[in-house]
Design a protein around this ligand. Structure first.
Ligand code: CAA
Length: 378
């Protein structure tokens, strides 16, 4: 067992940190204020190769491991939750194509996704089916050489900016989870309708909203994997998505702690910097300890993916723990800032708003406790 990052992992960490400090972090307050998708940053990420870190070289990626993927998401989130979640959701599209796609599908879709020239999204959630993913109602009916998609998706990250969307739909509505299939759907296909954008509390630069499929005809060859395999594809995709969200939690918490430390050293009360008071020291000590523990959980889940092991429970633990400590850390960072922490003039209130979604998206804390509890009690 080795807790030291490899040379490649250290290199990627430094590269993404430098990129984030120069190209991402200085703009996050403005992204949040305007609630606009950060196209300029996404373009620079694409030019820097950040979309392809963990994809094979044959599709244009860097061929790095899942730990590097986690490091990339953490470092981006240290600068901007909105930017990091855009990449996280993009990978929910690109990874399943890599894992379950035919050679033709991989050749057709992966090079542009891996290069970040095209953005991806994964459309699973529906107005009546969030946690109950098997309860989706969107249907896909085979008609000759085409499937006809009908239904509505909601809370889809990258909904309007994605060129390629993986859509989960029922091909056999009576078969429960085994009646779900996943389709590769290109933006611009007739019947693919981009709906309303959500006005969110946090990660306000990320593009979240609804998609509608109205007799949307998809070529039969755009079925990903086999008919009926869609629930498994979604769950496998979410396993990676979840440790990615965990990595985001670590990045946001790390940023909040750094802000709290800086402020605690500068702010004087009762004749000395507040960092000298145990009440503040204890809060910061807990932040440091919990961030390290969360990071280790994230790396462990990523490490298992790299080893080809099932990492469902590890990813659930990583996401659950990291998102909860991100909330606790950002809340206590505000406490250390006192009244200033509650002001939009300082970044910590934004970090708390950004952190909250991590306890909800890609599996709520309650669903993840079910996944972990079910496994432990089996
Ligand atoms: N890997 C491989 N297979 C898996 C799996 C995994 N991680 N999880 C489940 N499966 C398989 C099971 O083995 C089982 O297969 P068999 O019947 O062959 O044994 C099958 O899938 C059904 O599994 P379960 O019985 O465990 O399923 P369930 O219905 O009891 O519930 C659940 C599972 C954990 C509640 C699941 O529905 C879940 O994770 N829900 C949360 C969904 C979620 O995270 N949604 C957010 C999506 S994000 C989004 O849409 C927006 C965006 O922008 C990304």
């Amino acid at each position: 067992m080795n807790f030291k990052l490899t040379t490649e992992q250290e290199m990627i960490k430094k590269m993404v940190r430098d990129f984030t400090e120069k190209e991402v972090a200085p703009y996050d307050a403005e992204i949040d204020r305007k609630g606009e998708f950060p196209w300029e940053i996404i373009k620079k990420m694409s030019e820097t190769g950040l979309f392809g870190i963990s994809f094979p070289e044959e599709y244009g990626g860097a061929g790095a491991d899942a730990v590097c993927e986690a490091i990339t998401l953490e470092e981006l989130a240290r600068g901007s939750g909105s930017v990091s979640i855009t990449l996280n959701a993009h990978m929910l599209c690109a990874h399943p194509i890599l894992q379950f796609g035919t050679e033709e599908q991989k050749k057709k879709y992966l090079p542009d996704l891996v290069a970040g020239k095209k953005l991806g999204a994964f459309a699973l959630t529906e107005p009546v089916a969030g946690s109950d993913a098997a309860g989706i109602q969107t249907t896909a009916t085979l008609d000759g050489d085409e499937y006809i998609l009908n239904g509505q998706k909601t809370w889809i990250t990258n909904f309007s900016v994605a060129d390629i969307v993986l859509v989960a739909a029922k091909t056999d509505p009576k078969a429960g989870p085994k009646g779900i299939s996943v389709f590769i759907v290109e933006k611009g296909t007739p019947g693919f309708i981009v709906g309303d954008k959500e006005d969110k509390m946090g990660i306000r630069g990320s593009d979240t909203g609804e998609l509608i499929f109205d007799n949307c005809r998809i070529p039969r060859e755009n079925l990903l994997g086999k008919e009926g395999q869609g629930f498994k594809i979604a769950m496998v995709a979410l396993d990676s998505g979840r440790f990615g969200i965990g990595a985001m939690g670590v990045g946001i918490a790390q940023h909040a702690m750094e802000e709290a430390i800086k402020y605690a050293k500068e702010r004087v009360a009762f004749g000395k910097p507040i960092a000298k008071f145990q009440a503040v020291q204890f809060m910061i000590a807990d932040m440091a300890m919990e961030i390290q523990a969360a990071r280790n959980l994230v790396y462990q889940a990523a490490f298992k993916r790299d080893n080809g092991e099932r990492f469902t429970v590890d990813a659930a633990m990583a996401k659950l723990f990291a998102s909860e400590i991100a909330m606790k850390t950002t809340k206590n960072a505000i406490q250390i800032f006192g009244g200033y922490g509650y002001s939009r003039e300082y970044p910590v209130e934004r970090l708390l708003r950004d952190a909250k979604i991590l306890e909800i998206g890609e599996g709520t804390s309650e669903i993840l406790r079910m996944v972990i509890g079910g496994s432990v009690l089996r």
